[in-house]
Design a protein around this ligand. Structure first.
Ligand SMILES: *Cc1c(COP(=O)(O)O)cnc(C)c1O
Length: 391
């Protein structure tokens, strides 16, 4: 027999999302995508240089309020380079949330550094700065301007806050801990394009921030990512490192370091320009969808729909249902029941410290992250479900 709560949730989602099959998150191409792609083909600028690359960088900087944006092949590459230009060295440790997509930890590993896992906050789903401060006071110390892990003897160089499903993390608290322990802040804003924290766009609080334009993100370039920074020297070195470190010259192929081919092709940037034009519409639709779910779930006891943290604007990229502790046992039944009827829902990620490559990494107590992992369910979240014409 199905638990009544499972039935209530299936009913609430069907009321909002309509007839199945309903994907978790479908991209939408309702603007200048075709025209801009055709322009690439007509001009033969399809590859790694072209006017849309420069334009997409300018427009991303203008939209987010960052002084500079550097576009790259994907969000993981953006994080990798963001960590490198922020001074992360082989052998360092980097604080990352245990509750994140694997790219955050992978980017640290790509630098030959070690991810060091941090607990989450129940309210924001991001790093919990109070718990982190207590942990660092007991396990780390600042010596010669570096934060040393007393247990491993390694330098903890940086911290990577991530804005989970678009919900801004407690940036003030995180910046305060980072300042007190000499940690460089690299913001993983892959999921939060359009989200602001106290009036400023997410991704511009640290030395560098990064975005992703993968197919499931709020805007997509097929695959793509960007670095955001206010530091012109950092922007230049990110551009250099992502474009094979080639020295400018009319014909010579001279490269001054081992670097990467992380350039975003003009074709993808063209898609990005067209998508960015529609971002305000997507944001409005996602907000309307959030309100519809809130209404549909208002009488359902035992779950809450994650809302906007105080002083923040959320892009509502993925609508997030959180089960109360006492009904957490129903997590998998709810996932099964919704997916069985073609309403695509997904759990949060398996926490990083439970994945084989990261099992032995240093970590604090991850009580909240582990609990959230058992209680989060993402609901069908395509912008179209919140459009004026939708039911
Ligand atoms: C999507 C995402 C990334 C980057 O992913 P790519 O697929 O490489 O663009 C990084 N961090 C988080 C939290 C993400 O959700």
């Amino acid at each position: 027999m199905t638990h009544p709560l499972v039935e209530q949730i299936v009913a609430a989602i069907s009321r909002v999302a309509g007839s199945p099959p309903v994907p978790l998150h479908a991209p939408r191409f309702g603007g200048n995508e075709l025209a801009y792609l055709k322009e690439c083909l007509d001009t033969t600028f399809v590859s790694s240089v072209g006017p849309f690359v420069d334009r997409f960088e300018r427009e991303l900087a203008a939209y987010t309020g960052a002084k500079h944006a550097v576009v790259v092949v994907n969000g993981t590459a953006a994080l990798h380079i963001g960590l490198l230009v922020s001074g992360v060295l082989p052998g360092d440790e980097v604080l990352v949330p245990a509750l994140t997509f694997v790219a955050t930890a992978n980017a640290v590993a790509h630098c030959n550094a070690t991810p060091h896992f941090v607990d989450s906050c129940e309210k924001t789903l991001g790093i919990d700065p109070q718990a982190l401060r207590t942990y660092l006071e007991r396990n780390a110390e600042v010596r010669n301007g570096c934060c040393l892990n007393r247990n491993t003897g390694r330098v903890i160089r940086a911290i990577v806050p991530m804005h989970t499903f678009g919900h801004p993390a407690d940036m003030q608290g995180i910046l305060d801990v980072a300042a007190d322990f000499n940690l460089t802040v690299v913001e993983d804003a892959a999921e939060s394009l359009g989200s602001t924290y106290h009036g400023r766009h997410t991704g511009i609080f640290g030395r560098v921030g990064t975005l992703s334009f993968n197919g499931n993100k709020i805007i997509t370039t097929g695959g793509g990512g960007a670095l955001l920074t206010n530091d012109v020297a950092l922007a230049r070195s990110a551009k250099h490192l992502t474009t094979t470190a080639k020295l400018p010259h009319r014909w010579e192929y001279r490269h001054d370091e081992v670097a990467y081919n992380y350039r975003l092709p003009n074709l993808n940037a063209a898609l990005g320009c067209a998508q960015l034009e529609q971002l305000p519409v997507f944001l409005a639709e996602k907000r309307r969808l959030y309100k519809k779910y809130r209404e549909a779930l208002s009488g359902v006891v035992g779950v809450r729909l994650l809302g906007e943290p105080e002083g923040c604007v959320c892009n509502f990229w993925l609508q997030t249902l959180i089960l109360d502790d006492d009904v957490a046992v129903l997590h998998d039944s709810i996932l099964a029941a919704t997916n069985d009827v073609g309403l695509m829902t997904r759990p949060a990620w398996v926490t990083m410290h439970r994945l084989p490559p990261y099992r032995d990494c240093p970590r604090m107590t991850l009580r909240v992250a582990e609990s959230l992992e058992r209680r989060i369910i993402n609901l069908p979240s395509s912008a179209i479900l919140g459009s004026e014409g939708a039911l």
